[in-house]
Ligand binder design. Structure first.
Ligand code: HEC
Ligand code: HEC
Ligand code: HEC
Ligand code: HEC
Ligand code: HEC
Ligand code: HEC
Ligand code: HEC
Ligand code: HEC
Ligand code: HEC
Ligand code: HEC
Length: 315
């Protein structure tokens, strides 16, 4: 069958636009010429498209059954006629307004539950486009794989690259935890694009034991893990924002604010006892510092009402 015959047939069937794509059209309605026409000038893009989710046939919502290349690039009739000299819509180009670029994608992806908060999200408002992160034509879309994803983010988020490389951190470099384990970059109801409705709920996904319930809660824990931790990493241990005991001192003036003494500097035995009013200064600052005694810092389950007072984060 010649091209003109095919076009006549399709035109007779009520298909608008010049259809030049032949083999493998599978009866799809193409608003303009399809992949076969583009191959001789864009071999790579046609090949990557054919291998991608978008090029897969048989998905009722996919590009393959909705105009192929034209579903994202528009009608290429003039472009082909002018042998590439006429402009084409390219959602990856900086010159295209962010809203228009995103519109190309949301035409099909609007109703996805993962993107229901895209409108008004930080990235949408800051003119970050779908194609700033996604590579539709690459053999592998780097942002979808845990191990390669952070590099995509670091191109705009340099500070997080530094934080994730600190001594105490999540295993992000190893590909075990990724940015998208904690963030829904397409928008969320939580602060800072966290994946769940709040920071704590985001952390509980993997650290369920910190949720409790506890007999004695430590209120900053159930409020926001970020009160004490930098989830991206820290210089000190356990991803703590500030070292011990200064971390605790940022909210508490413990033990009557008494000046810490070193053991052996004139303290009585009573002062050295953990349950009496005075405590050995060495216990405050050495070893695990305040955690030498207040071990249950995320919440305690000691039912004891006295000696030592259970409410004070003791085991
Ligand atoms: C799902 C949407 C989508 C479909 C379908 C699609 N493209 Fe693209 N195309 C893009 C995006 C987005 C870019 C920008 C670069 C990127 O993100 O990979 C692009 C870029 C291009 C470019 C420019 C490459 C460059 O180096 O600047 C060409 C050429 C191209 N596409 C051709 C095609 C052809 C031919 C087809 C059909 C076989 C096709 N595209 C199908 C979305 C699409
Ligand atoms: C005869 C060669 C030829 C054919 C056939 C052709 N193109 Fe192109 N196309 C070009 C050239 C050359 C450019 C680069 C134009 C430029 O950089 O200004 C280009 C650029 C593009 C771009 C990028 C535009 C931009 O501004 O970044 C897209 C998208 C594109 N073509 C899509 C297609 C699609 C889809 C088809 C098939 C339906 C197709 N082209 C067929 C030669 C061709
Ligand atoms: C014609 C409809 C259509 C358009 C336009 C479209 N997509 Fe898709 N996209 C799909 C379908 C269908 C899937 C397969 C998954 C599904 O069924 O939900 C998909 C899958 C994806 C995936 C997941 C890929 C994977 O390997 O799991 C990404 C990422 C994606 N699209 C990004 C984009 C971006 C970015 C754009 C705009 C440049 C875009 N899409 C435009 C229909 C579309
Ligand atoms: C800031 C980077 C970024 C931007 C901007 C972005 N995405 Fe994504 N996208 C991701 C990451 C990371 C994943 C994988 C993890 C996930 O699902 O959250 C993903 C996954 C996807 C998937 C497949 C899995 C799923 O969630 O269904 C689709 C489809 C998709 N994005 C479409 C889009 C569309 C459409 C836009 C624009 C409206 C967009 N993305 C904007 C980073 C981004
Ligand atoms: C093209 C640039 C770009 C890329 C790529 C990008 N972002 Fe962003 N992101 C921004 C901008 C701009 C902001 C607004 C705040 C700012 O200036 O840092 C932002 C803000 C954020 C915020 C804070 C949201 C808030 O409400 O304050 C998070 C979290 C975030 N991005 C995560 C990611 C992750 C995860 C990735 C990779 C999957 C990513 N971003 C990729 C540009 C980008
Ligand atoms: C373990 C969970 C977790 C991981 C993994 C994670 N983040 Fe975050 N991120 C958070 C939380 C929680 C906040 C909010 C912190 C706050 O409120 O101070 C945040 C905040 C941000 C912000 C906003 C910072 C600001 O000060 O406004 C950006 C940008 C960001 N993250 C990017 C990333 C990138 C990029 C990655 C991957 C390299 C990543 N995050 C990995 C939990 C995480
Ligand atoms: C996707 C799962 C996941 C999520 C979500 C997650 N974490 Fe983690 N977290 C891990 C893994 C894995 C480790 C490393 C455990 C190990 O090395 O044994 C870890 C370790 C930690 C550590 C100990 C680090 C050290 O140096 O000992 C802290 C503190 C921590 N996470 C806090 C958080 C906070 C706060 C959040 C929420 C903002 C969070 N995590 C969300 C998986 C997760
Ligand atoms: C009041 C400060 C504070 C808050 C708030 C806090 N933590 Fe911690 N967290 C610590 C301290 C101190 C350590 C070190 C404990 C140790 O070495 O025994 C720690 C250690 C951890 C560890 C590693 C050791 C372990 O116990 O598994 C994880 C995981 C952790 N925190 C998760 C969380 C999560 C999740 C939240 C929020 C629900 C949270 N933390 C809130 C102070 C805090
Ligand atoms: C972000 C502020 C904050 C930080 C940091 C913090 N706490 Fe607390 N802590 C509180 C608040 C608020 C209470 C509840 C006080 C109340 O309800 O009377 C509390 C209660 C306690 C209690 C129970 C005593 C009481 O009066 O109920 C102990 C013990 C305690 N914290 C120890 C620590 C230790 C040890 C650290 C360091 C690892 C620490 N806290 C870090 C805010 C903080
Ligand atoms: C040697 C054990 C021990 C060490 C170390 C210790 N505490 Fe305590 N802490 C106690 C005991 C016992 C109580 C019960 C009330 C009391 O006897 O003062 C207590 C009570 C508290 C209280 C509640 C009463 C008050 O004074 O507000 C806070 C807050 C507190 N400690 C914080 C800290 C901080 C912060 C550090 C580290 C600088 C620390 N503790 C180190 C044993 C210790």
């Amino acid at each position: 069958m010649t091209i003109s015959n095919r076009v006549k047939i399709l035109a007779a069937a009520g298909v608008s636009g010049l259809v030049l794509g032949l083999a493998g059209m599978g009866g799809a309605l193409a608003a303009g010429p399809g992949p076969e026409t583009c191959t001789k000038c864009h071999e790579d893009e046609v090949a990557s498209y054919a291998q991608s989710v978008h090029g897969q046939k048989g998905n009722a919502r996919g590009a393959a059954d909705a105009g192929q290349c034209s579903s994202c690039h528009g009608d290429a009739t003039e472009h082909v006629k002018a042998r590439g000299k006429a402009p084409m819509k390219n959602p990856g180009k900086k010159t295209m307004a962010a809203g228009e670029s995103n519109g190309t994608c949301t035409a099909c992806h609007k109703s996805d539950s993962n993107r229901s908060h895209w409108e008004g999200s930080t990235h949408q408002q800051r003119d970050v486009t779908c194609s700033s992160c996604h590579s539709v034509h690459a053999a592998k879309d780097r942002v979808l794989a845990k191990i390669t994803q952070p590099e995509v983010c670091y191109s705009c988020h340099k500070q997080q690259r530094a934080e994730v490389n600190r001594p105490s951190r999540h295993p992000v470099q190893e590909g075990k935890v990724s940015c998208s384990d904690c963030h829904n970059v397409h928008g969320s109801v939580g602060p800072k694009l966290v994946k769940r409705d709040s920071t704590v709920d985001t952390c509980y996904q993997c650290h369920a034991e910190k949720r409790g319930p506890f007999v004695h809660n430590h209120s900053p824990v159930s409020e926001d893990c970020g009160n004490c931790h930098n989830p991206h990493g820290s210089i000190g241990e356990s991803m703590l924002k500030i070292r011990m005991p200064m971390l605790c001192h940022s909210c508490h003036t413990p033990h009557g604010g008494q000046v810490v003494q070193l053991a052996g500097q004139g303290q009585t035995t009573a002062q050295l006892s953990a349950t009496s009013s005075g405590k050995s200064g060495i216990n405050y600052t050495q070893g695990r510092s305040c955690l030498n005694c207040h071990t249950q810092i995320h919440g305690g389950n000691n039912p004891n009402a006295t000696n030592p007072p259970a409410q004070f984060m003791f085991r």
